[in-house]
Design a protein around this ligand. Structure first.
Ligand code: GCB
Length: 883
């Protein structure tokens, strides 16, 4: 709930009690207790006496680092947090709540050995009442958090990491005995609904819940509505007789504002509602809650899309996961706000808060910056057919709605994502039928609940591309909007299938508003390809993909909006691929560095002239030719590049990208992009370090770094650029024999493996390979060289196991026995490796480097020869350095 409960900050003089920041009003005191907790994991799950406690601050997760290692899996179990809780004597007579922003995923709160609260679900806030407890001045608070798999709590599975811990703020809230609260749902209990909003008038209804644990009283509830300058523009009040211990639902007489200042992405105007609870007899203020609201009206039309305040608006933006590099989900509010700012700067007006409710800071920022949002609970991939699961889903839906009710940015409540992806009972039709019916029933219950609790918003379910499956399961009828997660040209098919796919969906359900809730392609910014192809992870493929998708979305008025998957890369521990444990579909990296795809969105959606040397992020380049194409993202007509002072011919911007052909020299190149519009000149600058191969290697300026069986370039963690190799027949130097490694029957990768390569951060160096290689020839001039051979066995068990997320369902889990492969290697006719059996010696998918020195004293250069003893020799990469 966006409720700013003011206000005065003061530091307590008695430090041991609360060294934290404190916010209070005469009626309500809020103290952060994020600092100085003791934390221990319980590897034996429950009750180990050997717990090793360490000091931590909240936000905290215990999985920030174990998700990054080569070991599959991460700690999913119990973590204990403990702290001395000393309640100030001044709080006598107050009611005290312990307030958790979120803890993943089941939390039990224990005070002085007694369980005082339990909460299920890792993404919503919750409160525990400390009332009626006798504090003894030495009170111990223990919070037991468990992130192990629980079949009754969604999400059950998903393409994201379920980081455990107390990862959002923890506070103590002290209130008078009579106060606002809807503690069952972790909300302050003041709900401000804006109804009948138009350009002329806006009606505001304030409802809520209050607790009177004091004696019988007459209470006065008042609400002032203030404009952004702090001037009261409306006022409403009501008295209520409350018995001792009574909980009361109240509703103030609605008020209307004439010619309201309407909230929109261009004008995110916020009013403030100050709601007070007072003793009607004495006039003493007992509680006060401040809520920021925005006045707007909106609708969805199946043919014409989305309308805000009567105007057609295409919703454009991204989905967002909440984690950040090396922090997991324990991320400061400031970093979360930055994400919303980055979305705004990109030209976005829409955020799909996926796949679960996030920190209040996110929606607060959306309210302030004018970003429309859809928020959802994490029913992902599948359900459990148990009453406990349904109850937890419904409770989460209510918590989500009640905690976020007042945010003007929220326009959609959603509740299922690709729920048919992990189909149960595939081979038992009767059980499958019942399972599908149970999903439909759950959807209907959540739909009914949502519409009842908040008739002012729209509802949505997001599906994957199986149109018939979702239609037959009744799931396209239930929600008001259907979201589609579409990946043509990524998990399967061609990029060009996307537009016709949308038309097909629209034809099949022409009365349903549609949002493209996901689309995206993995982009590893370390990878470049001249001829980009699906699943090569290159920036160039990502650009092509997003160009086609954006155009197809913009062209079709019936598509109300779209959210790219994802705003930023995110952790998905079970994923392999070029950056293991990371889903690379972000427009930003995991630490929020923009990729070229982010710049493309800026070019498409910036309202002001925009020009960006996209390949500026590709600072270290290498090639066999000095002729290079530099892409400039822009919304202007044409771009001229000046490289090292030389002006190249002007290039037209096509589809927001100008592909400028220039020549680069070895070493540093300074690039300037220039564009004109209406007499104004716009510039961007970049620097590119260029290595021309093999010349720079011959000159001893650079090592020669070569990938076998690959069609892509890769920049490693030392900024060395690895080039795909060619055959000796093509260049007069290169590989002799061998074929690029391919996964048999792969519906995705056309070359290489996506196996996590152990012992390296540079997985793409080892993920491709020439199988059956006979030799490698480099026409190196006379001199001394260091040669490093890089190997990894790509065949064998483990290559294709546990593909966590696979929307084309083509790759199954399977066991493969590594083929027998033993070989010798010779360097300039001298044996350097004898009887190498990679699988036997190092295991599957482990990076192996072998270094040798060699003097070239004739004109035959460097020659590697591979001789198979059993099976086919392999080489993954080769590095040669002049000494
Ligand atoms: C989806 C899922 C999302 C995944 C995404 C992907 O459809 O909804 O959770 O992360 O695809 O990248 O595969």
């Amino acid at each position: 709930m966006k409720t700013n409960i003011l206000l005065i900050l003061f530091v307590l003089s008695f430090k041991p009690l609360f060294s934290q920041q404190k916010v209070h009003t005469s009626s309500r005191t809020i103290v952060s207790i994020n600092k100085d907790w003791q934390f221990a994991k319980d590897p034996n799950a429950k009750g180990s006496t050997q717990l090793k406690y360490a000091s931590v601050n909240i936000p905290h997760t215990w999985n920030a680092f174990d998700v990054l290692d080569d070991e599959p899996g991460y700690y999913r179990g119990i973590g204990y947090y403990k702290k001395k809780l000393i309640v100030p004597s001044g709080w006598k007579g107050k009611q005290i709540y312990l307030d958790f922003g979120a803890a993943n995923q089941e939390t039990t709160v224990i005070l002085n050995g007694k369980v005082i609260g339990n909460h299920k679900g890792g993404y919503t806030a919750f409160m525990v009442l400390l009332n009626n407890l006798k504090f003894n001045g030495n009170d111990e608070l223990i919070v037991e958090v468990d992130n192990s798999y629980n079949e009754h709590i969604p999400p059950l599975t998903g393409d994201f990491t379920f980081f455990g811990g107390i990862y959002r703020d923890v506070k103590l809230i002290a209130v008078s005995k009579a106060h606002f609260a809807d503690e069952k749902y972790g909300s302050t209990g003041v709900y401000v609904a804006t109804t009948d909003v138009s350009d002329e008038i806006a009606t505001i209804n304030i409802k809520g819940k209050l607790n009177n644990s004091a004696d019988k009283k007459t209470l006065l509830i008042t609400s002032h509505i203030l404009d952004a300058k702090g001037k009261t523009v409306a006022y409403t009040k009501q008295t209520s007789n409350a018995n001792a211990g009574q909980k009361i639902d109240f509703e103030l007489p609605s008020v209307s504002l004439k010619t309201p200042n309407l909230w929109s992405p261009e004008n995110p105007y916020l009013y403030q509602v100050t709601t007070k609870l007072a003793d009607a007899q004495t006039g003493r203020i007992l509680d006060e809650v401040k809520t920021e609201i925005g006045l707007r009206y909106f609708s969805f039309d199946a043919e014409k899309g989305f309308f805000l305040n009567g105007k057609s608006v295409k919703l454009i933006g991204a989905s967002r996961h909440q984690d950040f590099a090396k922090m997991g989900n324990a991320v400061s509010a400031a970093l979360q706000v930055k994400d919303v700012e980055l979305l705004k700067q990109m030209g976005g007006n829409f955020l799909r808060v996926a796949h679960y409710p996030q920190d209040q800071a996110v929606l607060n920022a959306c309210d302030k910056l004018g970003i429309l949002t859809s928020v959802e609970i994490p029913i992902v991939n599948e359900i459990t057919e148990s009453q406990a699961f349904y109850d937890n889903c419904k409770n989460m839906q209510l918590e989500m709605i009640k905690q976020n009710f007042n945010h003007p940015s929220v326009i959609i409540w959603a509740y299922m994502n690709e729920v048919l992806l992990k189909m149960h009972f595939g081979k038992e039709p009767d059980k499958k039928k019942i399972y599908l019916k149970n999903i439909e029933n759950l959807a209907q219950q959540l739909e009914d609940l949502t519409r009842k609790v908040d008739p002012s918003r729209f509802t949505m379910i997001a599906n994957h591309g199986d149109i018939n499956g979702y239609t037959n399961a009744g799931l396209t009828k239930i929600p008001m909007i259907v979201g589609w997660n579409l990946y043509q040209g990524w998990y399967g098919g061609k990029i060009e299938d996307f537009g016709p796919g949308l038309d097909k969906i629209h034809a099949a359900m022409s009365d349903k508003p549609i949002i493209v809730t996901e689309y995206g392609a993995d982009v590893d910014p370390r990878i470049h390809a001249e001829n980009p192809i699906r699943f090569d992870k290159s920036l160039a493929y990502g650009i092509k993909y997003h160009q086609v998708y954006i155009n197809d979305i913009l062209k079709r008025p019936f598509v109300a909006g779209a959210a790219a998957w994802n705003l930023a890369d995110f952790s998905s521990e079970t994923r392999m691929e070029t950056m293991p444990s990371i889903n690379n579909k972000g427009l930003l990296t995991l630490d929020r560095q923009p990729k070229n795809t982010y710049f493309l969105y800026k070019a498409f959606f910036s309202k002001t002239p925009y020009l960006k040397i996209g390949d500026g992020s590709w600072k270290n380049r290498s090639s066999l030719t000095s002729k290079q194409t530099i892409s400039v993202m822009s919304n202007l007509d044409s771009v001229t590049l000046v490289v090292n002072g030389k002006r190249w011919p002007k290039k037209a911007v096509i589809d927001h990208v100008a592909a400028c052909e220039v020549e680069l020299r070895s070493g540093k190149n300074s690039i300037e992009a220039i564009a004109n519009q209406n007499g104004s000149v716009f510039h961007d600058r970049a620097e590119i370090n260029f290595v021309l191969q093999p010349n720079d290697f011959y000159k001893g300026i650079s090592s020669l770094n070569l990938l076998m069986g690959s069609q892509r370039q890769f920049t490693d963690d030392k900024n060395l650029v690895w080039l795909p190799t060619e055959s000796v027949d093509q260049l007069g130097w290169g590989s002799i024999g061998g074929e690029a490694f391919k996964i048999k029957n792969s519906g995705r990768q056309q070359y290489g493996s996506d196996k996590d390569i152990k012992g390296t951060q540079n997985d793409p160096v080892y993920q491709t390979q020439l199988v059956g290689i006979k030799g490698y020839q480099i026409n190196a001039p006379k001199g001394k060289y260091e040669i490093t051979l890089h190997f990894a066995e790509l065949m064998g068990n483990g290559i294709q196991t546990v593909l966590p997320y696979n929307l084309d369902s083509l790759i199954a889990e399977g066991k493969e026995v590594p083929p027998q492969r033993i070989f010798d290697v010779y360097l300039n006719d001298k044996p350097i490796i004898k009887g190498l059996n990679l699988a036997a010696k190092y295991g599957v998918a482990r990076s192996v480097q072998m270094k040798f020195e060699c003097i070239v004293s004739d004109d035959k250069g460097l020659r590697l020869t591979f001789k198979g003893i059993a099976g086919q020799p392999v080489l993954n990469a080769l590095q040669v350095r002049k000494l």
